[in-house]
Design a protein around this ligand. Structure first.
Ligand SMILES: [Zn+2]
Length: 409
């Protein structure tokens, strides 16, 4: 079973006894999947473990494993395994980029049930964009054959810095009209309007954060420090430390696109000389357009790179060198085990450029165990990360207790 690293090993909170939520957590993480192992991990009696598991069975959140009985580590008769029942609910997720959006219905374990991708222009403002997203969610549920009542939560990735307390974006350079807007409230209303079901929790986070989280959870579960850099129309980075997204005090951690690199190009944030102004997909598109190659966005550059356009490749490599120079500092500060390069520019020319400068400028000690890789999940990374974040939020031990109580089990 894949691990979920970075969680605390203890199950008792503040010296109190482990509750149903703690038991579910142990089963979901694979740390204890039999009644005996749960007793051992929590110190609870057989009867108490049984009572708490009964609540989880009644809620439909836990089931006996399909794999059949396994031998107990302590020997003796085989014990029945327990597993998280991911069929009792689904999660809706979406990843907003500047000019298009991808949305999906996921199972609680991140399996894709239905997906759609299409034009959605962030500049049209949050009211219209989130309303449209509500409509797409309703269509996706129909496509997936799941009722809206099965939705337990919604996760949204946005291309800007997010205050995770409020779910609002904070001075986003490429999301005009979204600053401070109540994204959660509007998306929740849109979902209700289009499905006629009661509101569900909505979580909003930065796209690079969610991509990093998705990649760490699915591809690098044992990596205690992972950095992902997304280079598309803008540039952003996500940091996952000990299994959790590191957001900083104001949600601004990882916003490396606006580090000044000394050039005189005007950035969309209003400053001059930002990394994004010279090395993003938008910047490369601008350089191509100046020389007569039709390109307006990061995705246009991606198409040119895929077609082997030599000038696009040369500019992508140069952009990679610029980003690699900044990443040398990032890597020296954080000493990650994995550095994922993602987004429209993430191909061989860009990666070559990143490696050239990164290894030249960073201390050998910081890069000795560093893997520089491309994304495994590709365009779905933020969706998978958003789904995982919603599930971790809703099935955290304290919230499990609340939700079980509300269900009357
Ligand atoms: Zn800037």
């Amino acid at each position: 079973m894949t691990g979920r690293p970075g969680r605390t090993g203890t199950t008792s909170r503040g010296g109190g006894q482990a509750g149903a939520g703690d038991l579910l957590e142990l089963v979901r993480s694979g740390r204890a999947v039999t009644r005996g192992a749960l007793q051992e991990a929590t110190g609870l009696s057989r009867a108490t473990v049984g009572q708490r598991l009964d609540r989880l069975f009644r809620a439909g959140w836990l089931r006996e494993g399909a794999g059949g009985p396994v031998g107990s580590p302590l020997g003796g008769r085989p014990a029945v395994t327990l597993e998280f029942d991911d069929s009792h609910a689904v999660v809706l997720v979406a990843d907003l980029d500047t000019r298009h959006a991808r949305a999906a219905v996921l199972t609680l374990t991140g399996e894709l049930l239905a997906e759609d991708s299409g034009t959605l222009v962030v500049e049209h403002g949050p009211e219209a964009v989130l309303g449209e997203l509500g409509r797409r969610f309703a269509d996706l549920l129909t496509k997936a054959g799941r009722p809206a009542a099965a939705v337990c939560g919604i996760g949204l990735a946005v291309p800007g810095p997010v205050d995770s307390e409020t779910g609002r974006v904070v001075q986003p350079p490429i999301m005009p009209g979204w600053d401070g807007y109540d994204i959660r409230g509007r998306l929740s209303r849109a979902f209700t309007e289009h499905t006629g079901t009661p509101a569900v929790p909505v979580l909003v986070d930065n796209d690079a954060n969610l991509m990093a989280y998705g990649e760490q959870r699915t591809g690098h579960p044992d990596c205690s420090a992972l950095v992902l850099v997304k280079v598309s129309t803008g540039i952003g980075a996500g940091v996952v430390v000990d299994g959790s997204i590191y957001r900083g005090v104001d949600g601004g951690a990882g916003d490396i696109g606006h580090v000044r690199v000394g050039a005189d190009a005007l950035c969309r944030c209003g400053s001059y000389g930002c990394l994004a102004a010279v090395a993003s997909g938008g910047a490369v598109a601008g350089r191509l357009a100046e020389s007569g190659v039709p390109a307006a966005s990061g995705s246009d550059v991606r198409d040119l790179l895929a077609a082997g356009h030599p000038q696009a490749a040369a500019l992508a490599r140069e952009a990679g060198r610029r980003v690699g120079d900044v990443l040398a500092t990032v890597v020296t500060l954080l000493n990650p085990g994995v550095l994922v390069i993602a987004g429209d520019l993430a191909g061989t020319p860009f990666l070559t450029g990143v490696r050239e400068l990164l290894y030249q400028r960073a201390l050998p000690r910081s890069t000795a165990s560093l893997d520089v890789v491309t994304s495994r999940l590709g365009e779905r990374a933020a969706l998978i990360g958003a789904g995982a974040l919603v599930v971790e939020h809703l099935y955290a031990p304290a919230r499990v207790e609340e939700r079980l109580a509300a269900m009357g089990v």
